[in-house]
Design a protein. Structure first.
Length: 356
């Protein structure tokens, strides 16, 4: 019985609240501006509270009355645009998201000023292109509802005009899905850092490895190995597009992992260290080659991400193949003549590189 009474009370409360909202119907009056570069496909209300657009004093009783557009803000704007905005369906389909729609009064000399603030986002599908916000105000007359209605229509006209002008000069920078694209590109590449990670050693010719750098636990599943160097190349980039030009910064970071590299106690000697150092040298050399390849590659604005990824994959594949060949020909450093040949060749390449 208590549960039924509670439901009844809630229903009564909602019904009373709905009676307190005064609705305003937008006039079917064509706006001054007809967009030339887009048409509105849909209007969505993103506001948290869609039951009202504000509260104003309707009469001289001093009582605040909640205001809303007839049918709700999104349906009202959708219907108004469909009936009063001349649109060309062959232009870009744009979705409008209402971010803010607020009506209030502020006191001044004479009658209070009625203010309408509006903020909308323009989207292609679910991709935000740009947001606009603005406001319009007018001294309230005897019928404030008419003042509010006129200010809402004025705001719609102004925001459609501003977006149409912006879209005319920026639409070539976006794909059909709304993703920004570029017509030009500037690619830069640099060596990264360890970002304070004490487990990593950044490749430097002036910072050779020491046996103390091998702090990992030996792999008991691989009893034939006396040491393992765990090194690699990370590739990251960030980009921004401005005025149709993409600026891409690529960061290449060759590192050695202290905790994952290991050396058995019986093999902690200069010979083993030299063999492992050459593994790390190969990593550094390939990172340098990749930086050079990126600097010299003719990237395209449309496909630079795929092109960069292809260069990265090629470099890592080549590095893996050379590391395996090095171990195969030297038998992991146990064939002295082969080890000497590889050592001399790698030392020569390190001396000739220009990255470190």
């Amino acid at each position: 019985m208590k549960f039924k009474l509670l439901v009844l009370a809630l229903l009564t409360c909602v019904h009373t609240y709905a009676q307190d909202v005064k609705t305003i119907k937008l006039k079917n009056q064509p706006i001054e501006y007809a967009p030339r570069n887009f048409h509105i496909a849909n209007v969505t209300d993103d506001r948290e509270n869609t039951t009202t657009i504000g509260a104003v004093h309707i009469d001289h009783t001093g009582e605040l009355v909640n205001i809303n557009l007839q049918g709700g803000a999104a349906p009202a704007l959708q219907a108004f645009i469909e009936q009063n905005v001349k649109q060309n369906d062959n232009t870009t389909a744009i979705n409008i998201h209402i971010k803010q729609l607020k009506v209030y009064q502020k006191n001044g000399s004479g009658a209070p000023q009625v203010v309408v603030e509006i903020g909308v986002g323009y989207y292609i599908q679910d991709q935000l292109l740009i947001e606009y916000s603005g406001n319009a105000s007018q001294q309230g007359g005897p019928e404030i509802s008419q003042t509010i209605e006129g200010l809402v229509r004025k705001n719609i006209n102004e925001t459609l005009t501003r977006f149409d002008e912006w879209w005319a000069s920026h639409k070539n920078q976006f794909s059909t899905s709304g993703k920004m694209v570029a017509t030009g590109i500037k690619m830069t590449v640099e060596e990264g850092t360890t970002n304070g990670n004490d487990d990593l050693i950044l490749y430097r010719t002036r910072r050779p490895l020491t046996l103390d750098d091998f702090k990992g636990l030996p792999d008991d599943q691989n009893p034939g190995a006396v040491a393992v160097t765990y090194s690699g190349i990370s590739v990251s980039y960030n980009s921004q597009i401005q005025d149709g030009r993409a600026t891409v910064k690529v960061v290449i970071t060759p590192t050695f992992s202290i905790s994952r590299s290991w050396c058995r106690t019986a093999s902690r000697n200069a010979h083993t260290l030299n063999h492992e150092q050459k593994h790390f040298d190969l990593t550094g050399l390939k990172a340098c080659e990749l930086m050079t390849a990126i600097k010299n590659y003719p990237f395209t604005p449309e496909h630079y991400e795929q092109e960069l990824d292809a260069l990265r994959e090629k470099a890592l594949k080549e590095l893996d193949a050379e590391q395996n060949l090095y171990d195969k020909q030297t038998n992991h450093g146990t064939i002295a003549a082969a080890q000497t040949k590889w050592t001399n060749d790698i030392n020569k390449r390190v001396a000739e590189q220009t990255c470190y």
